[in-house]
Structure formats: C-alpha cells, structure tokens
Design a protein around this ligand. Structure first.
Ligand SMILES: [Zn+2]
Length: 379
C-alpha cells in the first residue's frame, strides 16, 4: 500500500502505519476528548484531550493486538509475517503465504477475533472488579466495547473479513477444494458489502437512523475486496490441475548445437510466422546450452554457413530461468510475478529442454482462449 510509514518492529515483524491513520487518530482524539470533557465538566481541558489521545492510541493497540493474534497463529504454522499495517479501515497482517490445509487456515482466521473477545472479557472484568469510575472507568468500558465490536464485526461470514476466512476454511474442509472455499466466501462478502452500502445509503438519505456514511465507505471497501478475491478464486480454479507443460509455446524456437548455420537459417524460415529473434540451443542430450540470435547469421559469410555450426557462434549464457514441466501453473505464475519475468524455459525431469513458456500464454489460458502465440523471447 502506498503512503505507509515504517514505525518499527513488533516481535520481529515490520510494523507500518498508513498516513491516513494520522487523520483517524486526530479525529478519534477529538471525538473522545470532547466526549470526556462533556461527561466530566470538572476535568481540565488539556487533560481531557490527553485522555482522548490515550483512548485513541489504546484503540489502535486493540487493533494491533488483533493483528498479532493472526500473526502468531501463522508463525506457529511456520508461515512468516511480512508486515503489520494500520490503515484507515483497521489493521492488516500480510502473511508470506496461506495455510496449506483448512484447519490451519481456520486457526489463522479465528485467532484475531479470539484475541479481541478475550480483551473484551478482561477489560469488562477489570472495570467491574475494581469498580472503575470517572474518566479512567469511561475509557476502560469504551475499550471493552471496542474490542467486542472488533471481534463481532470481523466474524461476519464474508471475505475479506475474518469470518469470511473461517467460512472459506469450512467450505474448503467440506469440499476438499480451497478455491471453492474462496469463491463461496467471496460471494458472501459481496452480499455483506452491498448490505453495508445499502444501510449507509439509507442513513445518508435519512430513510433510517441506523448506520452512517462510514457504513457506506466500509461497504465499498468490503465489496471491492470481495470482488478481487472472487476474481482470483476463479483464476486459481482455472489454473488448478494445469502444469507448465500446458502453457508451452507451440514450435518453441529451439535449434541443435551441432546444426549448421544453413540448417539454422531454414529453421528460422520455418518459424518465420512467429518472428523469433533468438533461439535456444540444445546439445545432443537435449540440454539447454546457450542461445543464438538470428543476427548471428550475418556475422558469418553465406558460403561458410554449411561448415559452421550453431555451437560455433552461439552465446553460452542463456540467462533464462528454468522450471520443471510438471510444476503447477499456479506456482509458475508465482515465479513469474516474484521474479518479474515474462518467459521461462521448461525442462523435463532429466533436464531436457521442452520449450518456452510465456506469461501471455497463461493469461490466455485463464481467459479460456486457445493459445496462439507470436512473441519475441526476452533478451
Ligand atoms: Zn482479523
């Protein structure tokens, strides 16, 4: 997310706040500060503002505790936490990856609300046992209420909320298919998003007294996130079961190391519709040993093409990342994204080159179109 400031580390997890957070902090301080000075007229003005600020910071600590709940559950499963960020709509714990089983996903999802509800019980008990009154009592009961709201709201059963992740884990467990879980929980999230938008709109139009413009904003936030996860679920479902081999380029530009330049020129002509500018060179075993550009033909006079081999003029460095042909396309997409690549060399288990795989081909596979590719390989 843009506009994030790094504040420090929490249990080794980088901790960020979004710039929008300062606006919320100021609003909440003002809100609580004026509420406190209204409720306790004897309180000196500065003190009520300071208590307002303290309450606002404690509210954010509650959100943080909630995110740490998710984070610790993930760490327990060996999943790293990239960052925790506080922003306009709350908190976000960015995990390195998702749990690989529904039980694990359930634990990560439920851990946040559990922390919030435990804090609610603790704070309510403290308020009751010590019979806290005055401004401190007001802040403690407010915090208890906030943690209750955090726990309950986040348990609403639709993505991107925690309850949506719980629902996803349950559907995953029942169907054995994680993408079905995501698709179902996303749809539920879309319904919740639209409901919130409806409630917020009714409140703004003064049709109802329940909700506010904030409800509308939250609804929009939930809806756009639910739409995104619905989209990624359908992509994942399409790619599920496919491997790197399924996205191979037809007539990949491959030429044998021992072929003569004459034969290479014929190969280029054969592939002329694809307009390849660079070919992959394989040895007699089929292993990738280098690349040769079409331009290399011009460096050798035409009458020497028959006696010069591709191996004589090729570049021994390929600079291509290789992947196994049986690797799942979902993992391939991750590799392409992580390394910002557009093309990969696909090899068999024995190291033999099968051909090229292009990002564009996967995009077409996802769109359900037949693959027809006429690209120029990178480099
Ligand atoms: Zn949560």
């Amino acid at each position: 997310m843009n506009g994030n400031l790094r504040v420090g580390n929490l249990f080794g997890i980088p901790f960020y706040v979004n710039v929008s957070w300062f606006l919320v902090l100021a609003l909440i301080t003002w809100n609580y500060g004026s509420a406190l000075s209204g409720a306790f007229p004897t309180l000196p003005g500065t003190l009520s503002w300071l208590l307002g600020l303290a309450a606002a910071l404690l509210l954010f600590s509650s959100v943080l505790a909630h995110e740490l709940g998710h984070s610790f559950a993930a760490i327990q499963q060996g999943i790293g936490v990239n960052s925790i960020t506080l922003f306009l709509f709350g908190g976000l714990a960015a995990l390195e990856k998702e749990s690989d089983n529904p039980g694990g996903a359930f634990k990560v999802a439920i851990a946040g609300p559990v922390v919030s509800l435990v804090l609610f019980v603790l704070l309510s008990t403290v308020g009751q046992v010590f019979a806290l009154g005055g401004p401190v009592g007001a802040i403690v009961s407010l915090l208890a209420y906030i943690n209750l709201a955090l726990g309950v709201f986040n348990l609403l059963p639709g993505l991107p909320l925690d309850g949506g992740n719980v629902l996803k884990a349950i559907v995953w467990k029942v169907t054995g298919n994680p993408y079905k879980g995501t698709a179902f929980a996303s749809r539920a999230g879309q319904v919740i998003g639209w409901l919130a938008i409806g409630i917020g709109t009714a409140a703004i139009l003064r049709i109802s007294t329940f909700g506010s413009s904030w409800t509308l904003l939250i609804g929009w936030f939930l809806l756009s996130n639910a739409n995104r996860s619905a989209q990624s679920a359908s992509v994942q479902q399409r790619l599920d079961g496919l491997t790197a081999q399924d996205a191979l380029v037809d007539n990949s530009p491959i030429v044998a190391q021992q072929a003569s330049l004459r034969e290479f020129a014929d190969e280029v002509l054969l592939n002329s519709t694809s307009n390849w500018q660079r070919f992959l060179v394989v040895d007699t075993e089929g292993q990738l040993v280098g690349t040769i550009s079409v331009e290399a033909l011009q460096t050798v006079s035409r009458d020497r093409w028959a006696v010069t081999t591709v191996g004589d003029v090729m570049t021994a460095e390929t600079a291509l990342t290789t992947i196994r042909s049986n690797e799942s396309l979902l993992d391939v997409v991750q590799t392409l994204e992580a390394q910002k690549l557009s093309v990969l060399a696909v090899i068999r288990d024995n190291g033999q080159l099968m051909g090229l795989l292009e990002k564009q081909a996967i995009v077409r596979l996802m769109q359900g179109q037949a693959s027809k590719i006429n690209p120029v390989p990178a480099k």
